[in-house]
Design a protein around this ligand. Sequence first.
Ligand code: NAP
Length: 286
Amino acid sequence: MDALPACGVIGPGRLGRTLALALHERGCLRWLKGRSPGSAEWARRHGIPYVLEWQQLEPVEVVWLTVPDRALAELAGECARAGMPWIARSVVVHCAGAFGVEPLNACAEVGAETAVAHPFQTFPLPAQPQRLHCCPWSIEARTPKAARVLAELVRALEGIPVFVQRSPQQRALYHAAAVAASNLLVAVLKLAEELARGSGIPPTLFLEPIVRASVENYFAAVGAIPLTGPVVRADWETLRRHWEALPEPLRAPYRHALLLLAEVARSEGLLSEAQQRELHSLLGVV
Ligand SMILES: NC(=O)c1ccc[n+]([C@@H]2O[C@H](COP(=O)([O-])OP(=O)(O)OC[C@H]3O[C@@H](n4cnc5c(N)ncnc54)[C@H](OP(=O)(O)O)[C@@H]3O)[C@@H](O)[C@H]2O)c1
């Protein structure tokens, strides 16, 4: 088997560390560039070559920029000005799902091939490279070489490369879908945990089975969405009791979540317009 393209990663955060570990396991990570002693210590513990200075970067075929979306254009400019002639022969890629290649224009202007490769997965810390297994990646590449190299790397990471050409609006919706599927779900789970604590039950014992069942039912459902509970039963007295018992700080989040649920139930034909209005009035929504 041919060797994988040599990679460097700039930005040792949540995704950067995950990617660095996964590429290191496959023998194709040459360096991870960061700017803090904390990241240097993490890299040392994992046997990952860590670099602080631009002048120390050895040439690589693929440079991954894994910094916050807002820092991409500035970092691409730094890369282009850092005096690394080899960058003109490399692929520079970012992983921000809501953006096209434009933030990397400064690198393209000095000859680099630019691309976006976004893993549709959530990567909190500590880094878990196994989360890349079976992960779908959206790839937007400006050139065939960039597309080929990234597909090869994604497959080596046991991911699924999906080539896309999206409008700015489609990119934004695509990324909002990822946020809804991961971050919003976590926010609702946190709300459930706080409510459970207030009731005196041990949250982990009680929450895990019902959460797993809800997610499994959702993906197993054919046709009808598997909703249960007082909203689709229009059990307003039950919901009034919830509402009155809620501590003040949890009222707004619970109201937002119920309004979303009512929208879903309504669009699925499980709640009539009149029932939706009754719920709104119970929640004090005018
Ligand atoms: N995390 C995910 O679940 C996930 C999933 C898919 C895609 N992504 C994409 O991956 C990228 C990184 O996200 P993340 O969640 O990993 O971010 P993060 O955890 O906040 O990490 C960002 C890293 O970038 C470094 N950094 C920040 N500004 C920098 C700059 N100007 N120059 C150099 N380094 C800089 C930070 O270093 P310091 O520690 O020194 O500040 C930190 O190591 C984003 O484009 C995001 O959209 C993330």
